[in-house]
Design a protein around this ligand. Sequence first.
Ligand SMILES: Nc1ncnc2c1ncn2[C@@H]1O[C@H](COP(=O)(O)OP(=O)(O)OP(=O)(O)O)[C@@H](O)[C@H]1O
Ligand SMILES: [Mg+2]
Length: 395
Amino acid sequence: MAQVTLRDVKKVYDGKVVAVRDVNLTIGDGEFLVLVGPSGCGKSTTLRMIAGLEAITEGTISIGDRVVNDVHPKDRDIAMVFQNYALYPHMSVEKNMAFGLQLRRLPREEIKRRVTETAGLLGIGELLNRRPKQLSGGQRQRVALGRAIVRDASVFLFDEPLSNLDAKLRVTTRTEIKKLHKRLRTTTVYVTHDQEEAMTLGDRIVVMSAGRGVGVIEQVDTPLNVYRYPKNRFVGAFLGRTPMNFFDGRLVEAEGEVWFVAGPEDAPSIRLAMLPKHTEALRGRVGAEVTLGLRPSSLSEHPMGKETAAHSTIRSQVQVVEPLGKNIDVSCELLDGSPMLARIDARHDFPTSGEVKFYVDMEHVHLFEPGEFGASLLHPEGAPQNETATLASDA
Ligand SMILES: Nc1ncnc2c1ncn2[C@@H]1O[C@H](COP(=O)(O)OP(=O)(O)OP(=O)(O)O)[C@@H](O)[C@H]1O
Ligand SMILES: [Mg+2]
């Protein structure tokens, strides 16, 4: 196993297309790191540079203690799975898995042992004699995984390995990959554009964007830290199953508090008192244009904390109510006509029309500078130093 390090890595294609720049990452020994971001932000490029399939224009990449910039892919001790994994159609599953090992001239018994063990691990032990066309999509995907894993490489690289599978199979295979990593603990870099896949798989996730014309890293942290403390509006908008609500407005000082206000002075559509602990940080911004970021789950028809109706509620007209089981999604409209989505607890009945007052969980609101990449005002550096929100089971 090995640590992978990228230092000031830049990739320019054909001397003109800058695909990524300023890529600095340390992937810990045994870590599962996910690169996530919209199409064209340079995820595959970054992965392919680690693999050695693309030359590095600037910077260095190390695997273990060795700088691999000029090391041939086959000598980097990596195994890679692509979206379009091509299995050899005329070979059995067993042969497909064994092929790479045969090329490496491993002893026959060793090959047999590794293939059997890996097939067992992936639950395809019964399928070893079948040809790829006699398998389901999910089974084929597992053979492709097996073919990579059987090599016993020190780093696994995955580029959207599940995107050819249907939604249900994606979820189950994703769980398998997570289980597999728990067992093998092989350093893994995994590329996806699916934020949910990233959140569920990664020990840490790297959110990338190409919004300023070049692929760059926006934020790196544990999934929950990135979700809770997005450094900028782009990251806030990218992560989360339901999109964050954004409202343009301004900061106002009144009654000894700093308020976020949207809409006209005499009839604001939103007027929320920021928490006292944030007052100091925000005072210098009073009068400035800012954007409020509000996750649908930060809205409730009941108070969630110490909120008081006068200081932390938003009035809205209910438009559409969608029961989803555990939650209800409420699409509504504010006084000024701007849309807002609330995801509330389904244990209580909810009116399907009329005016409703939502309480806002002020602990979890976000304020950004204006613009798509506006920096967070409350946590511009992401999660506080002492905060490492990981799932209890991973701690
Ligand atoms: N071989 C190439 N020659 C020139 N430009 C390229 C080449 N490969 C990728 N690019 C460009 O580099 C940028 C990053 O591409 P890359 O494939 O790394 O993105 P990605 O994040 O993997 O996107 P997707 O989610 O669509 O796979 C894009 O602007 C792309 O057009
Ligand atoms: Mg790609």
